[in-house]
Design a protein around this ligand. Structure first.
Ligand code: CA
Ligand code: CA
Ligand code: CA
Length: 355
């Protein structure tokens, strides 16, 4: 593995290495940093943050921030990077993370965000970004080192990785722009010839410290904010049962009708139809009908099939249907829940009058 780009950090960590206690707290996914709820000057330990390498200091700051009024300021000594992390119980096959990073323009050299190994107190960060003021670049350390984008010291930069450990690839983003796809990453568990079996079970941030010419430096200040980790939705969409014209069959559609077409989305033990956001729903190209000057959606809960679970009843203006989306004898409904889970369901229709 190419770890050359992180040699500075390995060396500096060896100097003040501390054995890792096993953390009782593990970050649930999705995870977000919580810095906004921590007093300025305090360490965000109640949010699960732990210290790996002591550097100089680390605390929540209001001097400079990404969003809100707080960020996390890390301050390193020349021979000790400052590293802080949260633990994961396990790394899922797909995992995304993002962070905003600002490296102090007068003192700072590099800010890192990514993974560490549980028993790797001397290990660098893995599948990580280096926001590098010394080189003026944003880099990614996967199996190799990838040069992603320029970086201007003293500015905030947002990095994001969509990691897929089943294919060992990542898609990488800098400032909301996809800058690299299919980059080879380090597995979440692997055998190291020196350290033995390693797992990427910690995720965090570091203010790196160079020891090598020409980047010997004697201080490093890096701010981090808007740190988050999440799992992509397990399936792209879920497919609830729907009933066009509930309770009757077949389902004739007269596109010249001035009326409406009711549709039920059914709940199950594992799916709550009332969690569907009506503003996201379309059926055969038609949005949910809106009423009144406030545009209230014609959507209401009700137990349509009598199973005791509230379903969602929606009304569409029949003339809004796209005829080309009804020709196959099936109308498909698309939408999403309020928390972003996509849904898709279909029911039979036939057009009247027949042509
Ligand atoms: Ca913030
Ligand atoms: Ca029906
Ligand atoms: Ca029901």
């Amino acid at each position: 593995m190419d770890r050359g780009g992180l040699k500075f950090l390995c060396v500096s960590l060896l100097a003040l290495a501390v054995p890792l206690c096993s953390a009782a707290w593990a970050a649930p996914l999705p995870f977000s940093d919580g810095f906004e709820n921590v007093a300025v000057g305090a360490y965000p330990s109640e949010n699960g943050w732990l210290t790996l390498s002591f550097g100089k200091t680390a605390s929540v700051s209001d001097q400079d921030y990404g969003t809100g009024t707080r960020s996390f300021r890390l301050d390193s000594w020349p021979w000790s990077a400052r590293m802080d992390y949260v633990s994961l119980d396990e790394v899922p096959e797909q995992l995304s993370y993002q962070a905003s990073v600002c490296v102090d323009p007068s003192l700072g050299w590099v800010g890192l965000v990514g993974f560490m190994t549980r028993n790797g107190y001397q290990a660098p960060m893995w599948n990580s970004f280096g926001v590098d003021a010394g080189y003026g670049k944003v880099l990614f350390y996967g199996e190799g080192t990838v040069d992603l984008a320029p970086y201007t010291p003293g500015t905030w930069c947002t990095v994001r990785a969509d990691l897929d450990f089943s294919t060992l690839t990542a898609d990488l983003w800098v400032d909301d722009v996809l800058v690299a796809q299919g980059v080879t990453i380090t597995p979440s568990e692997f055998d190291d010839p020196v350290m033995g079996h390693l797992t990427l079970s910690q995720w965090g941030v570091a203010a790196g410290s160079y020891l090598e010419y020409p980047y010997i430096n004697f201080a490093n200040v890096v701010y981090f904010d808007d740190l988050a980790m999440w799992q992509p939705e397990e399936s792209a969409v879920i497919d609830p049962e729907i009933d066009i014209k509930p309770g009757s069959y077949p389902n004739p559609i007269n596109l010249k009708s001035r009326g409406g077409t009711p549709v039920a989305i059914f709940s199950t033990d594992t799916f709550d139809a009332t969690s569907v956001d009506p503003s996201t729903v379309d059926l055969a190209g038609a949005p949910v009908l809106q009423r009144g000057k406030h545009g209230i959606y014609a959507a209401r809960p009700g137990d349509v099939d009598g199973d005791g679970l509230p379903d969602l009843l929606l009304l569409f203006r029949t003339a809004d249907f796209d005829p080309s989306q009804l020709q196959g004898g099936v109308a498909t409904l698309h939408g999403a829940t309020y928390d972003g889970q996509g849904i898709e369901g279909s029911d039979d229709v036939f057009l009247v009058p027949r042509h």
